[in-house]
Design a protein around this ligand. Structure first.
Ligand code: N01
Length: 531
């Protein structure tokens, strides 16, 4: 049922990161009028905001890039195995210029609300600058963009400077001669701690949960290896897309207990020397079997004991949870940094941070006086940025209310009761458990094709069917329950944000997911109601 009312845009896309940019490009390819609204003063999303020392990707550069243009992927030259934040941002800027995207991107514009009108089949989107209408609303707001700063008592009383890794000052920060506190030991902390330690007079790290980290062995890219990828970039992408995590490592058929202890050790050592997230692909069952997982966990703990000279510090740095359950980290000199005389570690697992004081951080009655505090405390992941917008669907029902007990989606791309709303890498899609760039590209192409299909067939609306959504939510949980992922407190479960419902959010299995999306589309968007 087509509608007479003509909104300002066919589609409004919220967010100008990797997801928003390719979404805009795909919509334009279909001839749609689209506008991207971005809160930041520049494009780049994650890579615009996360400028902390040492920020770089931990998926290899040759994979962490767009594939929609063969010319683009042939032309662009990455310099290192893992690209730095400035290099990735330069790449994103290049893409925006090359595909003339900027003219449809409005910066410095925060979307506050989006309300659906069923009668007019369109969204009214209120920003801090204006109100616009659009037939479709696409939330490309990123999975890890809503900064989480715990509400420590006295947080605002601190007299020195405070920073969040995900909101880092553009001009950088000089910690020379300062006493610095870093709170948190996830990926952002693990990348920044070694560099902050080199500058600061003293660095105190407050650790609630120790993280497993694998060496990056970062290095300039070997031109011969680059040439091999570029000779068949499409083949390289296809191989990666066929792997469980959509990245260039495959889970082998060999299981950890399928070999003897010395062979296991050899394989782990080989993967440690190779470095990076592929460590978890040493054996096929590390993420499915707790006993097998423990062999990998113990291998890394032994490495920590070998690197960190003080056995008490080494013990504190040794994670107790299963490896890979929380997002695995990739580092350069993280554990060795704790051998420095100017670095100390405070374990806050048993005795939480009591308060931030005007002079520093207080734990168990002891005050650690510092000049600056870095909150490396992560994000309200996957749902935070979407729910920051007051989204109201059919009958004025709010998405916050609908997701009060946890996010519910169909394919992580739509949610029942919210017609013409699309989520790029929403909860229920592989997103953070895959390589994010191919994941956002797959969604952008699928969403643009879907909107194209609606136009072609004279439909004005699409909405996830509640039964299809229920089945999908059940399936996402069933798959997760076959793995070690639900067994620890992680941001995948929302466990890092007090009060957030504990629901496993990403879908595990990139190829299965893509096949399902393609099947749904081929069947005329099965599980969605079109009208
Ligand atoms: O955030 P995190 P992040 N008191 O949530 C601690 C991606 N990423 O910004 O584990 C004390 O992992 C918290 O402790 P706990 C990547 O996907 C990628 O580091 O909840 N501590 C944890 O140690 C990554 O996983 C890259 O017990 C508190 C830390 O803060 C994701 O982003 C680089 C606390 C938060 O760690 C998020 O990483 C960076 C409290 N009240 C990020 N609350 C690369 O590509 C929280 N913590 C390399």
């Amino acid at each position: 049922m087509a509608t007479a009312v003509k909104p300002d845009f066919d589609a409004v896309v919220v967010g100008a990161g990797f997801g928003g940019l390719v979404m805009l490009h795909r919509l334009r390819q279909h001839g749609f009028r689209a506008r991207v609204l971005e809160a930041g003063s520049g494009i780049g999303g994650t890579w615009f905001w996360n400028r902390y020392p040492g920020a770089r990707c931990d998926i290899e550069s040759m994979e962490y890039s767009y594939q929609f243009s063969e010319e683009l992927q042939q032309d662009w030259e990455w310099s290192e195995r893992y690209a730095t934040q400035p290099e990735i941002l330069r790449y994103i800027e290049h893409v925006a210029d090359r595909f003339d995207l900027r003219r449809d991107i409005q910066l410095d514009t925060r979307v506050n609300a989006a309300h659906w009108s069923h009668a007019e089949s369109c969204w009214t989107i209120a920003t801090d600058r204006q109100t616009v209408t659009a037939r479709f609303l696409v939330m490309a707001t990123g999975c890890l963009s809503s900064a989480n700063i715990p509400d420590f008592p006295g947080r605002d009383s601190f007299a020195g400077k405070t920073y969040h890794t995900g909101r880092w000052p553009h001009g950088g920060v000089d910690f020379t001669g300062q006493r610095v506190a870093v709170i948190g030991t996830g990926s952002s902390a693990i990348q920044s701690i070694p560099l902050i330690a080199e500058q600061a007079a003293h660095l105190t790290v407050f650790q609630r949960t120790a993280s497993f980290s694998i060496p990056a062995h970062n290095a300039p890219l070997d031109p011969e290896a680059v040439r091999k990828v570029k000779d068949d970039y499409a083949g390289f992408r296809a191989y990666n897309a066929a792997q469980a995590f959509g990245a260039h490592f495959s889970l082998p058929p060999v299981l950890a207990y399928g070999v003897d202890a010395s062979e296991r050790e050899r394989v782990f050592e080989e993967h440690w020397q190779e470095g990076g997230l592929g460590f978890l692909s040493a054996f096929g069952d590390l993420l499915f079997d707790h006993m097998s997982n423990e062999t990998a966990a113990e291998f890394v703990r032994a490495k920590i004991r070998g690197i960190v000279r003080d056995p008490t510090v080494a013990a504190k740095l040794s994670p107790k949870q299963v490896i890979g359950c929380k997002r695995l980290c990739v580092d350069t000199n993280y554990y060795a940094t704790f051998n420095r005389p100017n670095v100390s570690l405070v374990d806050v697992s048993e005795t939480p941070i009591e308060a931030i004081t005007p002079r520093g951080v207080r734990v168990a009655g002891q005050e650690y006086a510092v000049d600056a505090i870095v909150f490396a405390t992560g994000f309200d992941a996957m749902t935070g940025a979407v729910l920051a917008v007051d989204i109201r669907g059919t009958g004025g029902r709010s998405l916050r209310e609908k997701w009060a007990a946890g996010p519910r989606t169909y394919l992580g791309v739509g949610t029942a009761g919210f017609p013409n709303l699309f989520l790029v890498t929403g909860p229920g899609s592989p997103s953070v458990l895959s390589n994010m760039v191919p994941a956002v590209e797959q969604h952008a192409a699928w969403i643009a094709d879907c909107i194209g299909h609606l136009r072609e067939h004279g439909f004005a609306r699409i909405e996830a069917d509640p039964a299809a959504e229920d089945a999908w939510v059940g399936h996402v949980n069933d798959v997760a329950s076959l793995t070690v992922y639900p067994s620890c407190n992680s941001w995948y479960l929302g466990a890092n944000v007090p009060g957030k419902p504990r629901v496993f959010m990403p879908y595990i299995g990139f190829p299965t997911y893509v096949a399902k999306c393609n099947e749904v589309a081929a069947k005329g968007y099965e599980g969605f109601a079109l009208s």
